[in-house]
Design a protein around this ligand. Sequence first.
Ligand SMILES: [Zn+2]
Ligand SMILES: [Zn+2]
Length: 241
Amino acid sequence: MKQISDALLATFFPASCQLCGQLVETKASGIVCQKCWNDYLPFQLSKSCQKCGYPFLSLEIGNLPPKDCAYCRNTLFSLARSCGAYEGAMRASVLELKTSPYLSEKLFELIKNTLTQSNILEKVDLIIPIPLHQERLAKRSFNQAELIAEKISDFASIPLDNSSLARIKPTLKHRIGMDKIDRSNSLKGAFQVMRPRLIANQVILLVDDVFTTGSTISAATSELIRAKAKEIRIFTLARIV
Ligand SMILES: [Zn+2]
Ligand SMILES: [Zn+2]
């Protein structure tokens, strides 16, 4: 596995930063240079919704972050966290992860920091990546959400389950102009729990690369709840804010 990832690395390293064009000094930063990473600010727990992690940057010092917010009040998941906004160095790295199955040390460090700063892993029984539909998986050859989920599973010593939840309907590519209702309609019946016995009564961490409108996450969450999962928590690398 090490050999494979080194071979993959050699194809894009040494390289110039995807954002500013300067040389990427170390392969640990992935495809973005250290300076561009320094410009990227992860979400701060003290300024984020306690339930879904949405950043409230204008929150004044001394004020407690809200217990929930307009984005999460009606959701079925109990807790959600993302490393930071889908922009700059993070956006470039997430896009790269869709084509190259390599998670940089920098991304892994951000993931670990985000997970350990909250109690999101506490009592989690299973880690489940948002699955791709077979057709898309065949085209892409790997699922980027699974790549992230695998890393978390290794790091936290919590089992990864990549087969109990399946995407049985190819979802339309999200288009500009599609609103939240269009998105959730296109996701109706998209997910199916294949092995309900393994899901029942479990606390599950559902993992994806980007939290967009939350429609994908909601569809997968409600299917897992329907299969009697005890609690669903969400982790994504990035979130569109
Ligand atoms: Zn740069
Ligand atoms: Zn919230």
